[in-house]
Design a binder for this molecule. Sequence first.
Ligand code: AMP
Ligand code: MN
Ligand code: MN
Ligand code: MN
Length: 280
Amino acid sequence: MEVDLHIHTIASDGTFTPEEVILEAKNRGLKAIAITDHDTVDGLLEAKNKAKEIGVEFIQGIEISCNTAEYEVHILGYFLNLEDKKFMNELEELKKARDTRNLKIIEKLKDCGIKANLEEIANMAPGNIISRLHFANYLVKIGVVNSKEEAFDKYLGKRGKAYIPKENFPPERAVKMLSENGAFVSLAHPKLIINNDGIIENMISNLVKLGLNGIEAQYGTFLPSDVKKYKKMAKRHSILITGGSDFHGANREGVNIGDTGLTYSQFRLIKEKNSGGSRL
Ligand code: AMP
Ligand code: MN
Ligand code: MN
Ligand code: MN
């Protein structure tokens, strides 16, 4: 694909540095990419500088983890304004929620007879964000489980023994904060929220009123029939589609930058919408 709008770096749970992501995108012949780390903008400046140096179009993005009573919902934001103090403060709140949750996971693991050392886990996470993926890598490293999948199944996943839901924002708040920031806002990988069209459609209706501009219809694990369905949904709600690989480097095997995404003409619609949208 020409454009990949969903990429993680070491600033959250990817394994490539922001510079490496830009270089890889250039090598693979991509025209434009966005970095969308979980709940952080820490990698964006480094990427922006490198992109400028070597000539890749770069979009400052983020993927905000949200919860409803029932579902985990990820909200993507593009063309972020990092000068926005209110927005930066809200990200700081999310960081605190993460830190609190991580301490609770350590306690739960202890109840399971596993002594996990948060400092060692932090050392395995090069950036400021410690995600469950880092916990999973750690549990593999100390030999408690044989694979990341087993770590999620037994301990970290929703049905795991050490699962702690994060005190995330509801999706409404993330959409609003991104919209107020002037960003283009998209609902990430709808099928991973729940494979139920009625529920997703309701969610979209509700979020569009608060400023949702798109849904991620093109995603690596989606079947062609899914893509078609989500494109239709976007059309029904007069919003655009976004797409990306959800690249995590070695933390998600078999997924490369540009595997999924948009054509440049699909991306152009997003750019046009954003330059004529709430920012002006
Ligand atoms: P967190 O943001 O701390 O809740 O961690 C979520 C991250 O863990 C996701 O972004 C994925 O990278 C990873 N993850 C979640 N569930 C699984 C799973 N079942 N297998 C492997 N990785 C997972
Ligand atoms: Mn991740
Ligand atoms: Mn996600
Ligand atoms: Mn992601």
